[in-house]
Ligand binder design. Structure first.
Ligand code: 7TS
Length: 405
């Protein structure tokens, strides 16, 4: 058994059959599969020490609190944050971006200020900014891309001015795979005194993230895209910024003292974690991060590059197939259209062969408008995928083209 096969045994779902065919799971951009260590951590929490955190003197509560807070320290190390208080647990990337928009944005934006996002953002990094800009009379500016799916950096830099208060951008595009040159963008934004939010939903599982090295002000990601449970996520924020921000949810755990005339807020990070959090989810996410740490990003990168290169060259050879997103700096995502065939039909036929891909606009409708297409078919790879699965995708696509033409 080679090392990939051993690794695949850690993920029970990968052994599943669909329509008598082995599952080929190429929808890792939407969510990743979970290893046994994560599944077991969830089950152990409920079997062994299920209890609420930050409030019980009893042993179970203390153990749950310890595990939950250990997870915070692990995430702190994982993204290289200076302090553990800078790590806020949320429901996911969407929740984290909304927190920044409705806390930091609402407090700091005024009429005429500008927020810059890019043309390749996921809806979760568009809509909250539209909402808060509308409320405050601020202007949302969109940094353009070229046909390969790269940001036009000169245009982005030209947009920066003393009016720019926030730059919020995707690190790696979920639809195109483009890896944006974020270090340089953050540096330029800071020269204009803008704060930068990095949406790391599609980078956290593929490459090491260093928030000190990047010098980003906020960073967001989802646990379920890094082999952890759904309903978990992280907001990293620089302490000085988080300290100045107001909570957007009130309730238990986020308070220091409550009277009917006045409430004072708890310290970071609890100020932003109102109510009983997703305790079991956070504990599961920590196991997922441990798992990724053990594999190492060198191995993950090597494996995913192999799959990306193989898929790119195989799919490019298919008649009438066009790859959308051809940046030189790409993550392991291949989005494509086939002339005359709707992406949905491709997805449905592949599904019958046991191959799971995603079709549609991938929550990036403005990006689809830019390419003047209704959607794409998208195969997104993880380290546990096999080269022979890429062969099956290629053969499945050839079959689909023949049947649907
Ligand atoms: N940002 C990016 C770059 C994403 O890819 C996604 C989810 C989100 C934000 C939102 O994450 P959530 O966990 O809060 O939902 N992207 C996808 C996708 O590409 N297919 O399904 C979900």
């Amino acid at each position: 058994m080679n090392s990939i096969e051993k690794i695949r045994n850690d993920f029970p779902i990968l052994g599943k059959k669909l329509n008598g065919k082995s599952l080929v799971y190429f929808d890792n951009g939407a969510t990743t599969q979970k290893p046994n260590v994560v599944i077991d951590a969830i089950s152990n929490y409920y079997k062994d020490y299920n209890s609420n955190i930050h409030r019980g003197v009893h042993q179970l509560s203390q153990l749950a609190t310890q595990k939950y807070e250990d997870a915070r320290s692990l995430v702190q190390q994982f993204v290289n944050a200076k302090q553990r208080e800078e790590i806020i647990f949320t429901r996911g990337t969407t929740d984290s971006i909304n927190l920044v928009a409705f806390s930091y944005g609402r407090k700091n934006l005024k009429a005429g200020d500008e927020v810059i996002i890019t043309a390749m953002e996921h809806h979760s990094n568009i809509v909250p900014w539209q909402m808060v800009c509308e409320e405050k009379g601020a202007v949302l500016k969109i940094a353009p891309i070229n046909i390969d799916g790269d940001l036009i950096l000169e245009d982005l830099y030209d947009m920066l001015s003393e009016r720019t208060k926030i730059v919020s951008l995707i690190h790696v595009s979920n639809t195109l795979g483009t890896i944006n040159p974020v270090r340089e963008i953050i540096h330029k934004a800071h020269e204009n005194n803008a704060v930068v939010l990095l949406d790391a939903a599609q980078s956290i599982q593929h490459m090491p993230i260093d928030v000190i090295g990047l010098d980003c002000d906020f960073l967001t990601f989802s646990g379920h895209k890094i082999y952890g449970p759904t309903g978990t996520g992280v907001l990293f924020g620089k302490k000085a910024l988080l300290d100045e921000m107001d909570p957007i949810q009130g309730g238990g755990d986020m308070i220091k003292e409550v009277t009917f005339s006045k409430t004072t807020y708890n310290e970071l990070p609890h100020k932003f974690e109102a109510g009983t959090p997703n305790i079991v989810g956070v504990i599961g996410m920590a196991e997922a991060i441990n798992y990724v740490n053990q594999l190492g990003f060198d191995f993950i990168h090597q494996q995913e590059t192999l799959l990306l290169e193989k898929a790119t060259s195989a799919l490019s050879s298919i008649d009438r197939l066009k790859i959308i997103g051809n940046s030189q700096q790409k993550s392991s995502v291949v989005s494509f259209v086939i002339d005359g065939i709707h992406p949905f039909d491709i997805g449905t036929l592949l599904d019958q062969l046991g191959i799971a891909i995603r079709t549609g606009h991938h929550c990036t409708q403005p990006l689809m408008d830019f390419y003047q297409i209704p959607g794409t078919a998208r195969a997104s790879f993880a380290f546990y995928n096999l080269e022979k699965e890429v062969d099956l995708l290629y053969e499945g696509l050839k079959k689909s083209v023949k049947m649907l033409s």
